[in-house]
Write a protein that binds this ligand. Structure first.
Ligand code: CP
Length: 333
């Protein structure tokens, strides 16, 4: 085996990664193939110095384990360096504008990645404002609308399990109860937008208060129609799980209550029975896999028996965050 990384194409250099929807099917395929390649090289100890001496700026308006560390470790493994910028301890907290951030950080490095996910109506707009002024690529590390890095890793995990032809596979994207905090809406929204592009049957389940934003719903319907898949919405986890190949139950907040977490939790408490336990898993296909972006509220969103059980793929899924983050940075920066 050669101890040299394969070159990465220049086709996507300079491109932003703000929504999966902004990239064509072929471009998503390229990102996944690049992630596969980088994963193999990482596992084989082959150096992958595609971004030697380059700098990525990671701006966080929210907490993170997987995203921050996959980008930081990934950038090191690509031969560059990532700077962590906390919105609270930078001049963003004093009102520094997206124009300043995009313009100034572009002059210091080669890419900007942003997490801004907790205020509906703000995150995606902020990122597009930064991208307007930046002359380096801007990567969405989770906003109010989409979590494209997570969902690319999810798609990679699903393909590792089921192969590239995903037509007619059923994925259940379900709300689940979580008391820890009001979780963003972007993971389920990202899932329904991305998975409907590959001919999958996507079933979304949620209690009445937990409707998703109009734009992701519209795109999911259009994508399903174009790909020959299906997109349906049900009001209970049981129907969503029936005969599913993949189940992805997780919590998210009521769109109008992100600024009122106490009220949001009161609404959520009505639905404590929305938990993924072994009885719920038994409704899915015998060989179905359980997925979750993490962190999960154990004992509320999911029981230990399921998340630690043989059908769970949460750790390979989290692992793929590294390889997909590296692919996105190596392709665009
Ligand atoms: N799934 C995910 O984005 O994890 P973090 O919030 O820890 O980054």
């Amino acid at each position: 085996m050669t101890n040299e990384a394969k070159p990465i194409t220049d086709k996507m250099k300079g491109r932003d990664w703000l929504m999966t929807q902004d990239w064509s099917d072929d471009e998503i395929e390229l990102a996944l193939e690049t992630a596969d390649q980088l994963k193999k090289e990482f596992r084989s100890g082959i150096p992958t110095l595609h971004l030697a001496h380059k700098t990525a700026f990671l701006i966080f308006f929210d907490k993170s384990t997987r995203t921050r560390n996959s980008f930081e470790a990934g950038m090191t493994q690509l031969g560059g360096h990532a700077h962590f910028i906390d919105s609270e301890t930078s001049q963003i907290a004093h009102g520094e504008s997206p124009k300043d951030m995009g313009t100034i950080l572009s002059g210091y490095g080669h890419g900007i990645a942003i997490r801004h996910d907790l205020v509906p109506g703000e995150g995606q707009t902020y990122m597009r404002d930064v991208a307007r002024w930046a002359d380096v690529p801007v990567i969405n590390m989770q906003c109010d609308v989409d979590h494209p890095c997570q969902n690319l890793a999810d798609l990679m995990t699903i393909r590792e399990e089921f192969g590239k032809d995903l037509r007619d596979l059923k994925i259940a994207v379900s709300w689940a109860y979580a008391p820890s905090y009001v979780k963003p809406m972007s993971v389920p929204q990202g899932l329904i937008m991305l998975m409907t592009r590959f001919g999958m049957n996507v079933t979304l389940a949620h209690p009445p208060e937990y409707t998703l934003m109009d734009e992701p719903m519209k795109l999911a319907r259009e994508n399903a129609e174009r790909s020959g898949g299906q997109f349906e919405v049900v009001d209970n986890m049981e129907d969503a799980f029936a005969d599913a190949d993949i189940v992805y139950p997780k919590s998210w907040g009521v769109e109008s209550l992100f600024s009122n977490p106490e009220q949001a939790m009161k609404v959520a408490q009505q639905y404590k029975h929305w938990i993924c336990d072994e009885a719920m898993m038994a409704r899915a296909k015998k060989e179905a896999i359980y997925m979750h972006c993490l962190p999960a509220d154990r004992g509320c969103e999911v029981t230990d028996a399921v998340i630690d059980g043989p059908q769970s793929r949460v750790y390979p899924e989290a692992d793929n965050r590294l390889h997909t983050a590296k692919a996105l940075m190596a392709l665009t920066m």
